[in-house]
Design a protein around this ligand. Structure first.
Ligand code: FES
Length: 122
């Protein structure tokens, strides 16, 4: 009679924890007739605008040209810290008034954003 008792090597640990559902934020494009969209928390403002056709003007997408200057009308406290690149285009008064560069701004909560509409084609 064999008495081999192999240890059961099967580990049945349940280590898979499902990712918590991503939180979403609401972004209102005031200058675009108040169009409102939802996006994942910590989204880049310009990216959301591009994806959802929000209408924020832009050129470089990299904090250089200054085209994406916009004003956070509501929810400025839901935006991330001002980047050094933004300070090249925005002075203290601008920042105080809620201006940001959309391509450099990430949103952590609901915001409403406006901008200077571009004048017609030149
Ligand atoms: S798009 Fe050029 S600075 Fe934001």
């Amino acid at each position: 009679m064999r008495a081999d008792t192999e240890a059961d090597a099967t580990v049945t640990e349940d280590t898979e924890t499902p990712a918590p559902p991503a939180r979403t934020v609401e972004i209102t494009f005031v200058t675009n007739s108040g169009k409102t969209v939802t996006a994942p928390e910590n989204s880049n403002l310009l990216r959301v605008s591009l994806r959802e056709q929000g209408g924020i003007p832009f050129k470089c997408g990299g904090g250089i040209c200054g085209t994406c200057k916009c004003r956070i009308e509501r929810g400025l406290e839901h935006t991330d810290a001002v980047k050094p690149k933004e300070r090249k285009h925005l002075n203290d008064d601008d920042l105080q008034a809620g201006y940001r560069m959309a391509c450099q701004t990430f949103v952590k909560g609901d915001v409403a954003v406006s901008w200077e509409p571009r004048t017609g084609p030149r």
